[in-house]
Design a binder for this molecule. Structure first.
Ligand code: FAD
Length: 299
């Protein structure tokens, strides 16, 4: 199949970019494995008009609205290879679809690497969270913990007292000093240096954390800043330039979301230094509009 644009990743960023392009009457195929980053959460919050909607409801609504446009097509599959062909790109999928396109938008998201502590993974997105704007309100007025994963966790710990009494668990590795320590103490943050070795509680609830020195500390919600990782082979296949951020690597783009390889645009968490649904939607809009303009002006 030969199309104007192939978009890999059909979530906040990819489907927003798609909307711009199909309204510009471009033939767009979205390849999506339907595994968005927020799939662990029961609801999405803090997104204009979508507060409280489940990730599945958001995807279904976006697809219903896109199916109105005759030049939209969705392939529910995983893209496993991509190459530049000289006058465009060729993408193939695990189940054997093959497409050529004039432009590519990568919107594949990132993978969260959580600390390997028993009790963290199964509560992720529910009572073990990273983003206070996404799920902090739901954990209001509880005793809250911040499990330090880098020095960025000091910043997080200084914010969390707006939702509940906060303990920063430094894991014995990330110890704030000087002005940072003073600020945390001014904010009422308690420090605990013995590492968390297990998160305890019934079902998805957090009731306490067990520390390496044998004590338990009672908390009912835990913040963890995961390290973000890029797991897709497509980035390496296209040899895209990478940029380091305090959270981990992202793909380097210019202001129009174009990557180091002409014709390849990258939107959403994959290229955003600040990441949430709204930022992904905004960058998907930029990528969609920029691709349309490039089809007119860069041909
Ligand atoms: C637990 C949790 C809860 C969150 N809650 C909120 C919230 O309440 N509000 C908020 O604003 N933000 C929230 N976020 C952040 C939000 O999920 C992300 O910022 C957002 O999903 C990024 O959108 P995206 O389109 O860039 O990528 P994603 O939503 O991660 O989507 C990427 C898509 O690409 C697909 N894909 C990947 N590789 C391939 C491939 N090779 N071929 C085909 N498809 C592929 C994936 O399957 C997926 O469908 C949360 C994050 C987490 C971890």
């Amino acid at each position: 199949m030969n199309v104007d644009v192939v978009i890999i990743g059909g979530s906040f960023a990819g489907l927003t970019a798609t909307m711009q392009l199909v309204r510009a009457r471009k033939k767009v195929v979205v390849i999506d494995a339907n595994s968005p980053r927020n799939r662990f959460a029961e609801a999405s919050h803090g997104i204009f008009c979508l507060d409280g909607k489940t990730p599945a409801e958001i995807r279904a609504t976006a697809l219903t609205q896109l199916r109105v446009y005759p030049t939209f097509e969705l392939i529910e599959d995983s893209a496993n290879a991509i190459e530049a062909t000289g006058d465009g790109f060729k993408a193939t999928t695990e189940r054997g679809h093959s497409l050529t396109a004039k432009r590519v938008i990568l919107a594949m998201g990132i993978t969260d690497k959580l600390p390997e502590i028993p009790g963290v993974q199964e509560r992720w997105g529910k009572t073990v969270i990273h983003c206070p704007y996404c799920h902090g309100y739901e954990l209001s007025d509880r005793a809250l913990g911040v499990l330090a994963t880098s020095e960025m966790s000091f910043h997080q710990a200084a914010m969390i007292p707006d939702w509940g009494a906060t303990t920063l668990f430094t894991q014995g590795q990330f110890k704030p000093e000087g002005e940072t320590l003073k600020h945390l103490l001014t904010r009422g943050v308690t420090l605990e240096h013995s590492p968390i070795v297990e998160v305890l509680g019934k079902g998805i609830e957090v009731e306490a954390v067990k520390l390496a020195d044998g004590r338990t500390v009672s908390i009912q919600g835990l913040y963890v800043g995961p390290r973000i990782t890029l797991t897709s082979p497509l980035i390496e296949q296209l040899k895209l330039e990478i940029e380091e951020t305090p959270l981990g690597p992202i793909v380097k783009v210019n202001g129009m979301k174009e990557s180091s390889l002409k014709g390849v645009y990258v939107a959403g968490d994959l290229s955003n230094p600040m990441q949430n649904g709204t930022f992904a939607i905004a960058s998907g809009t930029m990528a969609g509009v920029a691709v349309h303009r490039s089809l007119i002006f860069d041909e």
